[in-house]
Design a protein around this ligand. Structure first.
Ligand code: ZN
Length: 333
């Protein structure tokens, strides 16, 4: 029997009778991070990294959840589990599973760049590495984050000097806070959409962010003018965003690297900033685990597994219900 199997409920460890990021409600779920395709409602009990506990409670409501620190080992039926930083978003983890000397690691989502708000990714030695490969094609190669943040601040400063409001969009958990952390508050005021403000408030207990002001019914166009507004991508073209007055729209996502992307065409400025590993990041992560086997779970799974096989690894892809992330599903993150 394999240590972890892919079942209709999710990734299952039968020896411990627990699921990792299950896509249906189960008795016991171990969760990598708070995005909606990995942390689903309906399980009886949840175990996750301690910084992810308030995020899960905010997203899933009144659940039974216990938190563990990075690196702390815990046993279930003789199987040893531990969480290790995935660098994807705050509180995100890889899950290490060990039984009788055999080690499997499940990444959930991860990135190798340091985003200044998440604990940076740590490679974990293992026999089998279960990995995402959202951007598992050689065309995906990320710029240094510092350069992208400079582009964003320059865009904002230029809009400000023209009396134009900057509407900057990204998904609510992780991306928005990464953007916020790197904005230069000297340029102007930072306003937020309700969904953005709530999620940021949850993370403020652990992370220091610049001040934000929630846009309410009483906020006037004049107050906002020339300043920056952070919001989820769903507001694009909505009545809510039209009320902001004259805006320049910007969208931050790894998908902005694709020239024809629909959302890239719909905004004034696109910023290539991803919370997933790029091609080089994926490969360096895989090699640093020194694994023999790789299982790809979501993204360009088949192409990526084929490439790894050609490099002498034993790789295959498995079907999961993690979203094949696209610009359109980012509204859910
Ligand atoms: Zn994610």
């Amino acid at each position: 029997m394999k240590l972890l199997e892919f079942t209709s409920n999710g990734i299952y460890c039968s020896k411990a009778d627990v699921y990792l990021d299950p896509w249906r409600g189960v008795k016991k779920a171990i969760i990598t991070h708070g995005h909606s395709d990995h942390a689903r409602w309906g399980s009886k009990s949840y175990i996750t990294q301690i910084d992810n506990v308030p995020i899960l409670k905010h997203r899933l409501g009144d659940i039974s959840v216990s938190g563990k620190k990075y690196g702390d080992k815990f046993q279930i039926n003789g199987v040893t589990f531990s969480f290790h930083p995935a660098g994807h978003i705050p509180g995100s983890s890889q899950i290490r599973v060990e039984y009788k000397g055999e080690v499997w690691v499940f990444t959930g989502d991860f990135k190798t760049q340091d985003d200044k708000i998440s604990t940076p990714y740590e490679p974990i030695k293992c026999n089998t590495f279960i990995t995402e490969c959202t951007f598992g094609l050689p065309v995906y190669k990320w710029e240094k984050p510092k350069i992208v943040h400079e582009q964003i601040n320059n865009w904002w400063a230029e809009n400000k000097s023209n009396g134009v409001t900057s509407l900057l969009m990204g998904y609510s958990l992780g991306k928005i806070q990464r953007l916020l952390k790197n904005l230069e508050p000297e340029i102007g005021k930072i306003f937020t959409h309700g969904a953005t403000e709530k999620m940021t408030e949850v993370l403020r207990s652990k992370i220091d962010f610049p001040k934000t002001t929630l846009i309410t019914r009483d906020t006037s166009k004049k107050e906002i003018q020339g300043n920056l507004v952070l919001a989820p991508p769903a507001v694009l073209g909505s009545a809510w965003s039209r009320k902001l007055g004259i805006t320049s729209t910007g969208y931050a996502s790894g998908w902005m690297a694709i020239r024809g992307a629909r959302r890239r065409r719909a905004v004034d400025r696109s910023f290539v900033l991803s919370d997933h590993a790029d091609w080089d990041g994926l490969l360096s992560a895989i090699y640093s685990t020194e694994c023999e086997n790789v299982i790809t779970t979501h993204g360009y799974t088949d192409i990526f597994a084929k490439y790894l096989n050609e490099q002498g690894l034993n790789a295959l892809s498995e079907k999961t219900e993690y979203e094949q992330e696209t610009p359109e599903t980012e509204n859910l993150k």
